[in-house]
Write a protein of this length. Structure first.
Ligand code: NDP
Ligand code: PYR
Ligand code: MG
Length: 754
């Protein structure tokens, strides 16, 4: 525990959880409750109708309530990760975390429930009486052996899936990894020697599943705090451990590891030494899955073995064998067919689907995360990454099919392809794309100047940028002030962060000369340029980028966009033949829309609109969306005819005159562009579906809509991204958060790598 408190992420994680609304989730209404009429439908008297319908036909609960999409994540906190018994309250952040992951990866709505009891009967009663509220029960971080009894009893007593994730979720992912690691090392499971460290919930379930896959009983040695579980041992035993006891001379983990082919760690940090790893067989398979810290760190394994396949439960090493790859998708599939249970066949289907996915050619979105090193099935890629966008359609489909085949599905899937599409649409593609982009930046880190280096928010962002591995942050400002702020924030090291003071930088004269050359015929004397560089941090930062002393820049928290933009443009031009524009990305439920130009062109003429259209389409494509562009107006295809929409029609004609490799059409109004039913009134419209790129008729409408949308609805707006400058510069809105700054800095770094 004390080690975790000292870890570099400890404070950052506390801040993350505390910022804004404390915790990680909130409840959002899915129906409008805005009028008297809404109120009388949502509540009394209208609510009586679904109540009566459900009383008459219990299955109707799935049609009229949240039950079918609702999972409870339930713990008593007796085995919180590998941290031990932290109690119900101490487990809440993990349970909220699981709930968030259910939502993020499978669009399932969860309640986290922390029960303040270690008594099996009390726990079971508490859960079973809540059955009507939920579509499924995910038990979490309950220690062995109580977890085995609790799960068994709840499975018998409840008519919805009950699944102890630490047992079966972990076993499924571990099995998928083992299938592929055995394949890669040319082993037959029947001749493989396995050592499992930890004999609790996760370990026992993993061993059982691997035995079900063909591992002979006598080939596995299970260890716990007392060492090897051998036949005849009496100390610290229970029936679940006894079932895996073997005849062996070995008494310690150290002895058991000699010559072992596979090590599965589901115990605690640091349980394995380098010496033990040295003693394993050739091409050993080492899954050190304890969280948050593994039994042995991959670096330590690398010190002694170059031939090992290594996996951990963490996201910061290759091969993350963590149940996050399973529980969201397993429940998604189970709930979608209203399964009564999650049976062995469904678990094996999930493991096989995961193992298969890792062997398939990775899609571009995943490839982007490994820039220059496309992940290929092999020792460093035995299991899909959690952000793989294929997981949502692949794994639930396999689970749902297995449920149907084994007769536990109450609502079978009729059209598999339609189901896959529905699954895909549940996830927000931009979140996936952004993650991929961030991973790509991590693979090719850059130097990014944070122009407003004395601002607290900016310093924090720089620290996070460095910690995230995006590159070297360069802060512009006075060193003593920045250091003072860092100390007050409790940041004790400048490691990896550079600070430049415009007045003191050694070779600052090159910036003065550069500026003078650009600005001398715009009314600037040399001394004006010196003053500009010394006093205006945006100018100084832009000079660093322009002269290649940094790769990209981010600014904007202290000045209005237009002011910061003007500063930057004194130093950096638009790309040859391109306009500089702003593209905002509105990310809503199941829909991502790019809005342009939200930053620069006040009243675009037809030619401007052509450039905006092409550049916005290009940005959408770069972020993984096939563009369908609508040139917006208040009119639709010439009606009402008015001079203000003529330039939009002209832009469409100009686009038609060249060849475009994306769909576009206009003039049209926003409802026609975004609603396929209304678009159907114009059957000649050339868009094959609702538009995902909206080219606005002017800065006013672009700006207003991008500010209105997030306030009115559940939509997040990212940007505007500045597009079309010769060097990557991003200007955040004045109220930007630390994470906005980090995102924009990373996007700028990403552009530098294009
Ligand atoms: N990567 C992943 O997806 C997952 C990882 N895990 C990790 O697995 C670990 C165990 O979790 P869980 O099964 O839920 O917990 P349990 O409390 O049910 O089991 C813990 C087991 O670890 C054993 N153990 C503790 N310290 C040692 C040690 N030094 N050497 C050998 N065995 C030891 C205990 O032995 P004894 O019986 O003698 O007390 C017990 O058998 C945790 O670190 C957890 O984070 C769990 C689920 C998923
Ligand atoms: C991942 C997980 O569930 C655990 O470590 O307990
Ligand atoms: Mg757990």
């Amino acid at each position: 525990m004390s080690d975790n408190r000292e870890s570099s992420q400890y404070d950052e994680a506390l801040r993350y959880h505390a910022q804004g609304k404390p915790g990680k989730m909130e409840i959002v209404a899915t129906k409008a409750v805005a009028t008297q009429q809404d109120l009388s439908l949502a509540y009394s008297p209208g609510v009586a109708a679904p109540c009566l319908a459900i009383a008459e036909d219990p299955d109707a609960v799935y049609d009229f309530t949240t039950k079918g999409n609702r999972v409870a994540v339930i713990s008593n906190g007796t085995a919180v990760l590998g941290l031990g018994n932290l109690g119900a309250l101490g487990s809440k952040p993990v349970m909220e975390g699981k709930a968030v992951l259910f939502k993020r990866f499978a669009d399932l709505d969860c309640f986290d429930l922390e029960l303040d009891t270690e008594d099996v009967d009390e726990f079971v009663n508490c859960v079973r009486f809540m059955g009507p509220s939920f579509g499924g029960i995910n038990l979490e971080d309950i220690k062995a052996p109580e977890c085995f009894i609790i799960e068994q009893r709840l499975r018998e007593e409840m008519d919805i899936p009950v699944f102890h994730d630490d047992q079966h979720g972990t076993a499924i992912i571990c099995a998928a990894g083992v299938i592929n690691a055995l394949d890669l090392t040319g082993r037959d499971i029947k001749n493989t020697k396995v050592v499992v460290n930890g004999a609790g919930a996760a370990a026992i379930a993993c061993l059982e599943l691997i035995k079900a896959m063909g591992l002979p009983h006598e080939n596995a040695i299970l260890c716990d705090t007392k060492g090897v579980i051998y036949k005849g041992r009496e100390d610290g035993m229970n029936q679940w451990k006894s079932a895996h006891a073997v005849e062996t001379e070995h008494r310690t983990l150290e002895e058991a590891m000699v010559g072992a082919d596979v090590f599965l760690g589901l115990s605690v940090k640091g349980a394995v030494t380098k010496q033990m790893v040295k003693e394993m067989a050739a091409k050993p398979i080492i899954f050190a899955m304890a969280n948050p810290d593994p039994e042995i760190r991959p670096e330590d394994i690398a010190d002694v073995r170059g031939d090992a396949i290594v996996a951990t439960g963490r996201s910061d090493y290759p091969n993350q064998v963590n149940n996050v790859l399973g529980f969201p998708y397993i429940f998604r599939g189970a709930l979608d067919v209203r399964a009564t249970t999650i049976n062995e066949e469904m678990k094996i289907a999930a493991a096989e689907a995961l193992a298969e996915l890792a062997r398939e050619d990775v899609p571009d979105e995943v490839a982007a995360a490994y820039k220059g090193n496309r992940p290929v099935y092999g020792p460093d890629y035995i299991i899909p990454v959690p952000f793989d966008p294929r997981l949502i359609s692949h794994v639930p489909t396999a689970v749902a099919k297995a449920a149907m085949e084994t007769g536990v599905a109450r609502k079978p899937i009729v059209d598999e392809m339609a189901y896959r599409n529905e699954l895909r649409a549940r996830l927000d593609p931009t979140a996936g794309s952004l993650q991929m982009i961030m991973d790509e930046v991590r693979a090719a880190p850059r130097r990014v100047v944070f122009a407003e280096g004395e601002e607290e928010k900016v310093i924090r962002a720089a620290v996070e940028f460095r910690k995230a591995g995006y590159g070297v942050p360069v802060l512009i400002g006075r060193k003593d002030i920045i250091e003072e702020t860092m100390t007050s924030l409790g940041i004790d090291t400048l490691d990896g962060i550079e600070i430049y003071n415009a007045r003191e930088m050694e070779d600052r004269e090159k910036y003065h000369n550069f500026l003078y050359e650009r600005l001398q015929r715009k009314g600037y004397l040399f001394r004006d340029c010196v003053r500009l560089a010394n006093q205006d941090r945006n100018i100084f930062a832009s000079c660093m980028v322009a002269l290649g002393d940094a790769d990209a820049m981010v600014t904007g928290v202290t000045r209005r966009f237009s002011v910061a933009y003007k500063d930057v443009r004194k130093v950096i031009d638009s790309k040859e033949g391109q306009k500089t524009i702003g593209v905002s990305i509105a990310v809503g439920r199941g829909r991502t829309v790019f809005i342009a130009d939200t930053a620069v062109t006040t009243m675009p003429d037809a030619e401007d609109l052509v450039s905006i259209t092409k550049e916005a389409a290009e940005v959408a494509r770069r972020l993984g969306h096939e563009p369908r562009v609508a040139l917006l107006s208040y009119s639709n295809f010439g009606n009402p005819a008015h001079v203000t929409s003529e330039r939009i029609r002209e832009a469409v004609r100009l686009l038609d005159a060249e060849e475009q490799d994306f769909e576009y059409d206009g003039d049209m109004s926003a409802d026609v562009a975004l609603n396929s039913d209304i678009m159907a009134l114009y059957p000649f419209c050339r868009l094959s579906g609702p538009a995902n790129v909206l080219v606005m008729p002017g800065l006013h409408s672009a700006h207003i809509s991008s500010k209105l949308v997030p306030v009115l609805g559940e939509t997040r707006v990212i940007g505007p991204l500045l597009v079309g400058l010769e060097k990557p510069v991003q200007i955040v809105p004045i109220g930007a958060t630390v994470s906005d700054l980090v995102n924009m800095a990373a996007l700028a770094a990403h552009e530098a790598g294009q």
